[in-house]
Design a protein around this ligand. Structure first.
Ligand SMILES: NC(=O)c1ccc[n+]([C@@H]2O[C@H](COP(=O)([O-])OP(=O)(O)OC[C@H]3O[C@@H](n4cnc5c(N)ncnc54)[C@H](O)[C@@H]3O)[C@@H](O)[C@H]2O)c1
Length: 304
């Protein structure tokens, strides 16, 4: 991959269009193909984005599902979004059918394509996409808890006064209510996070709730979230195009649990290169198992 990379975005709503805009600003891809079932929305987004096209030589245009299926990276945001106070898992009924239709309409998908799931519930939809697309599992993954981990790193960076990039720590498990913070492995400058005096009097459970509830708060205030996820997805696309091999917590298939959830993985030009078996203490292991069991139960209902 390189500057000639073609990226398709299926679903040109708030999240899809903001991802397109972020990619335009990054100037890392030659072509973006936008697809949406709603022809007026996609036309409107392309006209609006075209007004910003002078800052980049990336070509953005409307495409068919078939064209999207031949792109190097296919980002799927198509689907309903959470209503205020609706959990991500409650979206499954509405978004499963949409995903089935989208993947069916793109077939035969280019065997080298990377499928990046963003629509929620992202772990369950990633699992379904792995089954339906026919692509190797390392090429089909979701944005997972990358956004939650960014929220965590932002919070810690403000508590201890370091750059977000200096905080090495993850929110793992489900991108949803059963997610957890892997406190025991988090560190800054090689020093375990929990040894920082600034963290001593912090209520860790309240902080975890604040992180997992941030999306609900944004949705309550403005109806949708899209800047954060667009920042995450455009940086993942860059990581793939430039073969950066960054470590990111992404929705990936975990053999041990037989389901998809977020663990730190190495991301490169061919997709997920490997999973990092991050250290978890006994309490965190239980949380991971609970997260996995909840997700597996739902996945088994949809696909055997
Ligand atoms: N993973 C994350 O961290 C994260 C963050 C924010 C939002 N999301 C999810 O992203 C999804 C999109 O959110 P949004 O705010 O952009 O919603 P939106 O309603 O603004 O846009 C969704 C778009 O999908 C389109 N669509 C529906 N069915 C389609 C089909 N069969 N083919 C093509 N397009 C189709 C709709 O016409 C609409 O334009 C939601 O599921 C939301 O929960 C995920």
């Amino acid at each position: 991959m390189g500057y000639g990379t073609r990226v398709a975005i299926i679903g040109a709503g708030s999240v899809g269009a903001t991802i397109a805009f972020a990619l335009l600003l990054q100037k890392i891809t030659s072509e973006i193909v936008l697809v949406d079932i709603d022809k007026e929305i996609v036309r409107g987004q392309i006209l609006d984005l075209s007004d910003a096209n002078f800052i980049s030589s990336t070509q953005i245009h409307y495409g068919t599902y078939q064209e999207a299926g031949q792109c190097d990276i296919i980002v799927i945001t198509a689907g309903a979004k959470q209503r205020p106070s609706e959990t991500r898992v409650e979206l499954i009924e509405r978004n499963y059918k949409i995903l089935e239709n989208v993947i069916g309409a793109m077939q035969p998908i280019n065997s080298g394509s990377i499928l990046l799931l963003v629509a929620n519930p992202v772990d369950i939809l990633t699992y379904i996409a792995q089954k339906l697309s026919g692509l190797p599992k390392k090429q089909v993954f979701g944005s997972g808890t990358f956004l939650d981990s960014a929220r965590f790193r932002l919070k810690i960076s403000s508590l201890i006064g370091v750059a977000e990039n200096a905080v090495h720590g993850y929110v793992l498990g489900e991108h949803g209510d059963s997610q957890f913070i892997a406190w025991s492995s988090a560190q800054v400058g090689g020093k375990p996070l929990l040894e920082f005096s600034e963290l001593e009097n912090v209520d860790k459970d309240a902080l975890a709730k604040e992180i997992s509830g941030k999306a609900y708060e944004i949705i309550k205030l403005k109806g949708a979230t899209y800047f954060g996820i667009a920042g995450c997805v455009s940086s993942l696309v860059q990581c793939i195009i430039l073969n950066q091999r960054l470590v990111r917590p992404l929705s990936t298939f975990i053999e041990e649990y037989g389901c998809v959830l977020s663990m730190p993985v190495v991301l490169g030009k061919n997709g997920i290169e490997r999973m990092i078996d991050v250290h978890l203490d006994s309490n965190e292991k239980i949380k991971l198992q609970q997260s996995a069991a909840a997700l597996k139960e739902i996945c088994d209902k949809y696909i055997k």
